[in-house]
Ligand binder design. Structure first.
Ligand SMILES: *Cc1c(COP(=O)(O)O)cnc(C)c1O
Length: 418
């Protein structure tokens, strides 16, 4: 396992730490270990590095450094934004989000419902995009905040954040966007976007796990989510995760530099991979809008096979990909994103996401394209759902499909009950 090359096609789940990022953070794990809030020089010198990182992250967003709050992750940033909107507008108890958000928002929304809040999960179109007229109509006088992700982690579909922000502004409702999948892939500019809150997570841009940030537009009322010390100008308690903050800062700089490469070389790799799969492997379909999409992501439905089986065989030959998000792996539920787009649970369970990054090469794509058709054929040859199965005439394919759907529904029910 250790000395084998990993062919990594799961960059939307997490990314490799860039060597430059690791070098930048290293001193803060060795000699420069002081507390940035300490008054003596040994600690205080660290403070300057935290503030430099804040400026680097702010520059990625065209924000002011004072508008950046470091958090522990993207999940915390999302939770903190929605929490603050509700706490600072106690009479407004309605939240709007979408049915395709990351589990960070989906499950926080469910949690709020249990607390007595009203949460609208907006449906999406079959290509994963949002009808913004629906969003506009959903806004009520008691809506505290609208939260719509910038780009979907499973399909790569990009949402019209600027337009949504304008609608929210005209209705005087706060707007948050989970932009965790955007940096390094889309140019970010909070001044143009006009959002009140924006979340990032460093491990999606070649920095370590366990560090994120929340942009809070100046003059926006803010109620801390983690209450404690006076760190982060009183907006987030807890001693600063200095090494990770410094790493995030360096990674933010690199993300700006790599934006062009991601949109040319990585996009071309993704397109070559996607076009080859769709043309060489029969009964494959791309999920999600082709054009309103991140340059690195492709999500493909392979009919008559289970994604979990494909991933297992890929894993056996060193290829990492995923079905749905890493946060739902291990669950029997089909992806909530794909089912919200109208895929049947069965088709949704045959979908694989390949997400590329700046460390992918032509060789990686060649290797995957060499292996994948054989894997799909092998699985289809043994799949009773396959109309070309050698024993096909012994099967009623429609009956087999219906039975399969029923079995799945049963299994899901059992899982929910357990
Ligand atoms: C990964 C991800 C998150 C969660 O970020 P963490 O730092 O892992 O908590 C949130 N939203 C999206 C869209 C993501 O892809």
């Amino acid at each position: 396992m250790t000395d084998r090359k990993v062919y990594y096609f799961d960059n939307n789940a997490t990314t490799r730490i860039a060597p430059e990022v690791f070098e930048a953070m290293r001193p803060f794990l060795t000699e420069l270990w002081g507390n940035p809030s300490s008054a003596y020089g040994f600690g205080a010198q660290v403070h300057g590095h935290v503030e430099k990182a804040r400026q680097q992250v702010a520059a990625l967003l065209n924000a002011d450094a004072k508008e950046i709050i470091f958090t522990s992750c993207g999940t915390e940033s999302n939770n903190a934004a929605i929490h603050s909107a509700l706490m600072t507008n106690p009479k407004k108890r309605h939240v709007i989000t979408t049915a395709v958000e990351h589990s960070a928002n989906m499950n926080f929304g469910e949690y709020l419902r249990r607390q007595g809040y009203d949460v609208t999960f907006l449906p999406v179109e079959p290509d994963g995009t949002l009808d913004i007229h629906l969003l506009e109509k959903a806004i009520r006088p008691d809506t505290a905040i609208v939260s719509v992700m910038y780009a979907n982690n499973e399909t790569g579909v990009v949402f019209p954040i600027e337009e949504i922000a304008a609608i929210c502004r005209s209705k005087e409702v706060l707007f948050h966007t989970d932009a965790v999948q955007a940096p390094g892939k889309i140019k970010l500019d909070v001044r143009n976007l006009g959002c009140d809150f924006l979340s990032l997570s460093a491990h999606k841009l070649h920095a370590p796990k366990g560090i994120g940030c929340l942009y809070v537009k100046r003059r926006t009322k803010f109620q801390p989510y983690i209450v404690g010390g006076h760190q982060e100008r009183g907006k987030r308690g807890g001693t600063e995760n200095v090494a990770n903050i410094v790493a995030f800062g360096r990674a933010a700089e690199l993300a700006v530099q790599k934006l062009d490469e991601e949109n040319t070389r990585v996009r071309a790799l993704r397109d070559r991979l996607e076009n080859s799969i769709l043309s060489k492997i029969p009964n494959t379909i791309r999920n999600g809008s082709k054009d309103q999409r991140l340059p690195n992501t492709t999500n493909i439905a392979f009919e008559f096979v289970e994604a979990e089986a494909i991933l297992l065989l890929l894993d056996g030959i060193g290829i990492c990909a995923s079905s749905g998000s890493a946060c739902t792996t291990g669950s029997l539920d089909p992806s909530h994103v794909l089912t919200a787009m109208g895929l049947s649970p069965m088709r949704a369970r045959g979908c694989v996401r390949f997400s590329l990054g700046i460390y992918n090469t032509d060789d990686d794509v060649d290797y995957l394209l060499k292996q994948l058709p054989g894997i799909i054929k092998k699985l289809r040859d043994i799949s009773p759902l396959n109309p070309e199965h050698p024993d096909n005439d012994k099967y009623d394919i429609d009956a087999a499909r219906i039975k399969h759907e029923q079995d799945l529904a049963e299994a899901l029910k059992d899982e929910k009950a357990a």
